[in-house]
Design a protein around this ligand. Structure first.
Ligand code: HEM
Length: 162
């Protein structure tokens, strides 16, 4: 019920906040993606072990990993899509086939609830630092809601895949 109430409070204003930050950031997505991941591994160094292509990378620089960038941009873009859907329907509907795959991938990688919290914190920190002049409690709340609903959809699918 709390989630439904929060989603109901997600309107044009919240969607606009999410999209305006993304529009300001997307030209810089390569650097942002790198910062986003460095922040994840700063908060949770052990998370590196989940990414097969990092496990054997030793101390090779992270910016050399295209898959890391792809993952970071996917989280940003999907959170934006989630915001648009929340505004339109009050619910997040990632395409069913895509969601099934996401569930399976994340179960296989050993991703747990706590990791979704780490990624959420890293995402919010990255946006705050990227658009400090736009950052307000309202913008933070809008990104949090969009991310939480998306994460909930993936976690639900992870239960089915487990
Ligand atoms: C793979 C999105 C959260 C770790 C992927 C892929 C996408 C994605 C699109 C590509 C593979 C596929 O489509 O199945 C997301 C989104 C997230 C999220 C939207 C949050 C809302 C997380 C978290 C972790 C994580 C919390 C753990 C720290 C991974 C790993 C892979 C992956 C290890 C496999 C990478 C590889 O082997 O290439 N994710 N992810 N993800 N994700 Fe996530």
């Amino acid at each position: 019920a709390a989630a439904a109430a929060a989603a109901a409070a997600f309107g044009e204003e919240q969607e606009a906040l999410v999209l305006s930050a993304w529009n300001a950031m997307k030209g810089d997505s390569a650097l942002l993606a790198l910062k986003f991941f460095l922040r994840i591994f700063e908060i949770a160094p052990g998370a590196k072990q989940m990414f097969p292509f990092l496990r054997d990378a030793g101390d090779a620089p992270l910016e050399n990993h295209p898959k890391l960038k792809a993952h970071a941009v996917a989280v940003f873009v999907m959170a934006c899509e989630s915001a648009t859907q929340l505004r339109n329907t009050g619910d997040v509907k990632v395409r069913e086939a895509a969601l099934k795959r996401l569930g399976a991938t994340h179960v296989k990688a050993g991703v747990a609830d706590a990791h979704f919290e780490v990624v959420k914190t890293a995402l919010l920190d990255t946006i705050r630092d990227a658009v400090p002049d736009m950052w307000t409690p309202e913008m933070k709340a809008a990104w949090e809601e969009a991310y939480d609903q998306l994460a909930a959809a993936i976690k639900e699918e992870m239960k089915n895949a487990a």
